[in-house]
Design a protein around this ligand. Structure first.
Ligand SMILES: *Cc1c(COP(=O)(O)O)cnc(C)c1O
Length: 486
């Protein structure tokens, strides 16, 4: 049975269930499996004609022991999680007309129209499954740059053993995204609009870390996180790389290039691990917008925090890609002490330069690019005119990176991971198309319906967030548990 350790090496091994329910490891690091399972080309052959949830079952079975969960339970959980998705294939692949070797992996047909639905559909249901079995309840706190929040809210809504506190930087997300969180009728979802965040969503991560560090509070409210610090997200996200590969490859074993719009590196950490497990990916392209922390890491070996820019692709306006540490852990021989040293150096100086050997060890098989806002906007327009295909701003960052690097991508095929539906970003689409009205492809009935509902939310200034949350969360917990203390 695979046990779980911390990236920073400071915890005793725990089992899968504990790793999922804790979110963070006890020493503040991220949970990682003590070893990565692998699969062969032969196994890939056997999975070739399976649908998405069946591939997911095969891949997750490599991580989840039968003593933790029966095969039938896992199968049921997967089919329940992906039932609300709009397309029967869950994740369709769209082949471009003008470049037949290029496909778009459409990760946005979940109920809240972004790729976060993929990881959270399964993870929230998994947490709920464990809680029901243990007859416990817990509180989820997440920070969002716009898409994690809606997905967490949707999948948590109505679950009897779970409450979700969803923190978002008010000025950094679209009205469409906000309404996805604030118009649910259920009483176990608490959206919190935080104003005046100087560093966007990254600020909220810091406050969450403080809530976690507050031991009595954490214990009382049973805090957990489903941000991509949670191993369950990353594990689930390995599946779409494998499924996507199987859908588009002609001969199993052929290398395929994949281009991924990236912020926190949760998606690509999973991609990198899928490759370590045996997936024949040629090159992964890390597509950043102007917030180029990952691009600096992969092109210069420099981990440095810079000022935030507001870009059209707001879900990847992220300054510190914390899942990079999780990937790095596997590339440097699973040396937790070394990771801990780097993190503490970064915390002290804000600027870390990796040595050459480490740089080579992690960047092998990756290219990176930082797309400007102008490139992002113009690629949306170009693709729409040439293909009749409407990219969202994040898919556009990927397409812009692929265009800039096309000379050096050598795989037989290229797969762009398209992470959001354009209906979540109408203003960018209008600007890109120079239009006054949205084309049908940029609308969605769920977004239109949410416009006509009342909003329900807490509002708070960033300066008082920690204090305000401590009070509001505890108050609600006491009310729900029926032991008010006045
Ligand atoms: C979260 C998100 C990403 C980035 O994923 P990471 O795992 O943070 O790198 C990209 N696009 C969209 C639309 C997202 O919501």
């Amino acid at each position: 049975m695979i046990q779980y350790l911390s990236t920073t090496g400071g915890t005793a091994p725990v089992d899968f269930e504990t790793a999922i329910l804790d979110g963070f490891a006890g020493d503040g690091g991220l949970y990682v499996p003590e070893r990565l399972p692998t699969f062969s080309l032969n196994q890939l052959h056997q999975w070739k004609n399976l649908g998405y949830t069946d591939v997911a079952f095969e891949v997750l079975s490599l991580f989840i022991d039968k003593s933790v969960m029966q095969a039938k339970e896992l199968k049921n959980l997967l089919s329940e999680a992906y039932a609300p998705f709009e397309k029967e294939e869950v994740i369709p692949m769209h082949r471009l007309r003008s470049r037949k070797d290029t496909y778009i992996m459409e990760l946005f047909y979940g109920p809240t129209l972004s790729f976060k639905d993929i990881g959270l559909a399964f993870l929230v249901n998994l947490v709920d499954f464990f809680l029901k079995r243990k007859k416990e309840r817990l509180s989820i706190v997440v920070a969002t740059t716009g898409d994690t929040g809606p997905a967490t809210a949707y999948f948590t809504a109505g679950k009897t053993n779970l409450d979700a506190w969803v923190l978002y930087p008010q000025e950094f997300i679209t009205e469409e995204q906000e309404r996805q969180m604030t118009t649910l009728p259920h009483s176990n979802v608490y959206p919190v609009a935080v104003s005046n965040c100087p560093d966007g969503g990254d600020d909220l991560d810091l406050v969450i870390a403080k809530l976690y560090a507050n031991k009595p509070f954490k214990e009382k409210l049973k805090l957990s996180s489903v941000n991509s610090i949670n191993w369950g997200r990353v594990m689930m996200q390995t599946v779409h790389y494998i499924y996507g590969y199987l859908q588009v490859v002609d001969t199993i074993g052929d290398p395929i290039d994949m281009v991924v719009p990236s912020g926190g590196f949760g998606n690509l950490c999973a991609g990198g691990l899928a490759r370590n497990m045996g997936l024949p990916v040629g090159t992964f392209v890390i597509a950043n917008n102007k917030n180029a922390c990952l691009h600096r890491i992969f092109s210069k070996g420099q981990f440095k925090k810079e000022a935030i820019y507001e870009t059209p692709s707001s879900a990847i306006d992220i300054l510190i890609p914390y899942n990079f540490w999780r990937f790095l852990y596997f590339q440097v021989g699973m040396d937790g002490a070394q990771i801990r040293g780097w993190i503490s150096e970064f915390k002290q100086t804000g600027n870390l330069q990796f040595d050459q050997a480490t740089f080579e060890a992690y960047r092998k098989g990756f290219l990176s690019y930082s797309a400007t806002d102008a490139q992002t906007i113009s690629v949306i327009r170009e693709m729409y005119l040439a293909e009749g295909y409407l990219l969202d701003p994040h898919g556009a960052v990927a397409a812009a990176a692929a265009k800039a690097l096309s000379g050096v991508l050598t795989g037989k095929k290229t797969l762009y991971l398209n992470t959001a539906h354009p209906a979540k970003f109408p203003e960018v689409i209008l600007k890109a198309l120079g239009a006054n009205n949205l084309p049908d492809a940029a609308t969605h009935r769920s977004i239109i319906a949410a416009k006509k509902r009342c909003q329900k939310k807490y509002s708070c200034h960033h300066a008082h967030l920690e204090e305000a949350l401590l009070a509001a969360m505890e108050n609600n917990w006491d009310l729900k548990m029926g032991n008010e203390t006045n």
